[in-house]
Design a protein around this ligand. Structure first.
Ligand code: GLY
Ligand code: MN
Ligand code: MN
Length: 430
């Protein structure tokens, strides 16, 4: 891992918050992700299960966390199982967690080797009535592979059919949505790395550069700042490519007069940042581009002010729709009749702005977090309106990551990333 050791008090606190919500005589199990295959002997780089990481800081494959607040023996209230390390593994794969290191990272005093799992788990299950399974209930999840977690659940249901089942997900959705100060600091670090990379890009872009060369500038700056890389597949979309919302090929040449929509963010210590900026290839916006850009920026600023305690995510989207509608009317892209005759399920503004405005961000880019309850302080959201004009060959989106405060406007973790028209032009022409 390239990132600095995280203060384990974060994970100690996270476990405590989870355990206070568990039922009496219940046990919760969290499995690491697999290392996923590519072909032959190649694999994707390992990415930890965000839930296991959130509760333990353990960033290693083949790991299991067991929480059992009512365990008869105190040492079994929090237990880690990790793959037994040895000299052979140390030579071929480098350092893996020893029992001492596992304690240092997680604050968990009891670590066993994975081979011992079945036996110890059986003993713990004889004391428990209920088991919490960790299913993925993210509102956008679409998982086709059988994860380690899913295999465990299947195995456990078969082996322990008389236990009651509960789900961890509702607890995790609520807890992970509300960030600890340490987590906000880590997201800030990710945003600051993104800032450095974007400033580098502002000075790099000129007519004739290729989208993939811009991607390379980002990764250069990310890696040298201890990031593992992009927190999601980056979109570097010049000209009309910006109108393909999930354009990730990044293979076109950027031409004089075009805009480039850049949706890219660094991860740091598994925490995501998510930024979008739209910049002119030649370093100067045309009047038409400025007009649309300013409209998007206006919506973004006004939308941000609505991210306060008490706001309901769905209602917020309705309000942002109204803001966007008034900008589109002002620009003449919609007329009054379009709005009067609109379908309430797909309002007129959706012709130009067809995606959501905000999502939780944290360990996942589209993070877990309550969406049906009122927003509260320390939730971290993106704000990302856009206007897409395929007929004019460009699209503009602007996106920052902000933290809801107890009072007043949210705190912008991307406050130092140029966004005003003058700032962008100034940085590009230095
Ligand atoms: N980059 C993904 C998103 O903006 O949601
Ligand atoms: Mn986003
Ligand atoms: Mn984004």
């Amino acid at each position: 891992m390239k990132y600095d050791l995280i203060d384990r008090n974060l994970f100690i606190k996270n476990r405590k918050k989870f355990m206070t919500q568990m039922k009496p005589k219940s046990i919760a199990v969290f499995n690491s992700n697999d290392i996923y295959p590519i072909g032959a002997d190649s694999t994707h780089p390992f990415q930890q299960s965000r839930d296991l990481f959130y509760l333990s800081g353990v960033d290693q494959e083949e790991s299991i966390l067991v929480l059992f607040p009512d365990a008869h023996e105190e040492k079994h209230r929090e237990v880690l199982f990790v793959r037994e390390t040895n000299k052979h593994i140390a030579v071929w794969e480098g350092e893996k967690l020893t029992k001492e290191k596992a304690l240092e990272v997680s604050g968990i005093k009891t670590t066993y080797w994975l081979e011992e799992f079945d036996k110890i788990f059986f003993d713990l299950m004889t004391e428990a009535d209920t088991i919490y399974f960790n299913t993925n209930e993210h509102y956008r999840q679409a998982v086709e592979t059988k994860t380690r977690e899913a295999r465990f659940i299947e195995w456990c249901k078969e082996k322990y059919p008389a236990h009651k089942w509960e789900k961890s997900n509702s607890i995790l959705q609520e807890l992970r949505g509300k960030k600890e100060p340490q987590e906000i600091e880590l997201i800030q670090q990710a945003c600051t790395i993104t800032e450095k990379a974007f400033k580098r890009v502002l000075q790099f872009v000129k007519p004739g550069v290729w989208e993939y060369e811009i991607e390379a500038e980002f990764i250069h700056e990310f890696t040298r700042n201890r990031s593992r890389g992009f927190s999601y597949t980056p979109i570097i979309a010049s000209g009309k490519n910006a109108n393909v919302l999930h354009y990730i090929e990044n293979k076109a040449q950027c031409k004089e007069g075009e805009l480039i929509l850049i949706d890219a963010g660094a991860e740091y210590a598994n925490y995501a940042s998510d930024m979008t900026r739209t910049i002119p290839v030649s370093g100067k916006f045309t009047d038409r581009q400025k007009e649309i850009y300013q409209a998007v920026l206006n919506v973004k600023k006004e939308a941000t002010k609505m991210l306060v305690p008490g706001t309901i995510w769905k209602d917020y989207h309705v309000e942002v729709g109204k803001l966007m509608t008034s900008e589109l009317l002002r620009l003449g892209l919609l007329d009054k009749a379009d709005v009067q005759n609109e379908n309430p399920d797909w309002p007129a503004y959706k012709k130009y702005f067809m995606h959501g405005t905000s999502h939780h961000i944290g360990l996942d880019t589209h993070d877990y977090g309550a969406l049906k309850q009122p927003m509260t302080a320390n939730m971290v959201f993106t704000v990302e309106p856009g206007i897409y004009l395929p007929d004019e060959g460009f699209g503009i989106r602007l996106e920052d990551d902000v933290v809801i405060q107890e009072k007043g406007e949210p705190f912008n973790l991307m406050r130092d990333i140029p966004i005003e028209i003058d700032e962008i032009e100034d940085w590009m022409n230095r």
